[in-house]
Structures are given as C-alpha cells and as structure tokens.
Write a protein that binds this ligand. Structure first.
Ligand SMILES: CC(C)(COP(=O)(O)OP(=O)(O)OC[C@H]1O[C@@H](n2cnc3c(N)ncnc32)[C@H](O)[C@@H]1OP(=O)(O)O)[C@@H](O)C(=O)NCCC(=O)NCCS
Length: 161
C-alpha cells in the first residue's frame, strides 16, 4: 500500500533515491532533513509499506508570497496591489524507476490537498512551483498551472475556486 510520510532520516533511505535531476536528488540526499528540522520546508515522501525504506517520490512545501503582477490580468484585477500569500512547492520528484505510474500525479494531489487543509487556518491564495526544466514545466502545465510573467519556470495554481 502506498503511504505518504514525513521524511525521517532514521526510517527512509535517502541516498538511493534517483530522479534523474541532480539538483532534486542532491536536495533529498543532503539538505532536506536539515531544512525540515529548521522549519524551512516540510518534506513528505511516498513509500510502499512493503518496502518502507525506499523513497518512491517526495515533495517539499513552505510558506511564500507572490507579486500579483506576475499573474494573469484577470487574476490581478481581483487581488490587492501587493504581494499575496501562497504556498511554495519547492521540489517534487519521482524515482526514475517508477516514472509513468501515476506517482507524480499522486504527489501533486497530496501537496494540493495539504495546502487546501492548511489554508483553512492560514490564508494563502495560490500554490507556486519552481519547475526544474522543460519536462517539469510541461508536467505542471498539464495540471493547469500558469507561468509567471517574468519567469515561465515559476508557475502558479489558484487555490481559491
Ligand atoms: C515530472 C514527474 C514528477 C512526473 O511524474 P510521473 O510519476 O512520471 O508522472 P505520472 O505518471 O504521475 O503522470 C501523470 C500525468 O502527467 C502526465 N505527464 C507526466 N510527465 C509529463 C510531462 N513531462 N509533460 C506533460 N505531461 C506529463 C502523464 O501523461 C499523465 O497524464 P494523464 O494522467 O492525463 O494520463 C517525474 O517525471 C519526475 O520526477 N521528473 C524529474 C523531476 C522533475 O522534473 N520534477 C518536477 C519539478 S521540480
């Protein structure tokens, strides 16, 4: 059974995780545990309960803000003229041996659900992601995320329906 868990250095084997994107692998291998402890990001991993040490994928979330001028004109008209609060999906990756099985979709869905839950307690207008490359950008576009005006690799999804 697939399960989402907080990253835990005592339970999860970070070093064998490979997504094919060096930056995303290095983050999990070297920085994710420290950043979680310091309150910089919350990192959650996806595991199969039959092999609970193996990380199949992960994502990180933190609080952020976005300048409304980065968003499309219709959205801008609805918002105040100063940076609005949001959540940042800093990283999301699936193990390269498990690509194309729906795990990326599952992780993105989990992240959005966490944000919708958190936003009941602390307001946030959007989920912002940093796409690490063209593949990532097209993955997020597939799920309706729009590109920011100044940097198309920074993308956002309104959390307000
Ligand atoms: C991008 C990534 C997360 C996708 O994960 P995945 O598990 O292979 O994707 P899924 O099997 O969940 O695909 C779900 C849907 O997205 C689509 N999809 C997957 N990769 C896509 C891409 N690069 N561009 C467009 N659509 C894509 C699939 O066709 C599928 O569509 P459907 O549900 O309509 O049939 C994964 O390839 C990955 O980890 N890449 C390296 C790291 C990375 O780029 N991370 C993202 C940003 S930091």
């Amino acid at each position: 059974m697939l399960e989402e868990q907080f990253l835990d250095s005592a339970r999860h084997d970070r070093q064998s995780f490979k997504s094919g994107v060096a930056e995303l692998d290095e983050y999990l291998h070297r920085f994710a545990v420290q950043q979680s402890k310091k309150g910089i990001s919350v990192v959650r991993v996806l595991i199969d309960t039959e092999m609970p040490k193996t990380i199949l994928g992960y994502y990180s979330l933190s609080a952020a803000q976005i300048d409304v001028v980065q968003m499309d004109e219709r959205t801008q008209q609805k918002l105040p003229r100063y940076p609005v609060p949001c959540f940042r999906l800093g990283r999301l990756a699936v193990h390269s041996s498990h690509r194309g099985l729906g795990l990326g979709k599952l992780l993105l869905g989990c992240a959005v659900e966490r944000c919708l839950e958190a936003k009941k307690h602390v307001a946030a207008y959007a989920l912002v992601v940093d796409a690490k490359g063209d593949d990532a950008q097209s993955f997020y576009k597939h799920y309706g995320l729009a590109s920011c005006r100044d940097n198309p690799m920074t993308m956002y999804l309104s959390l307000v329906t």
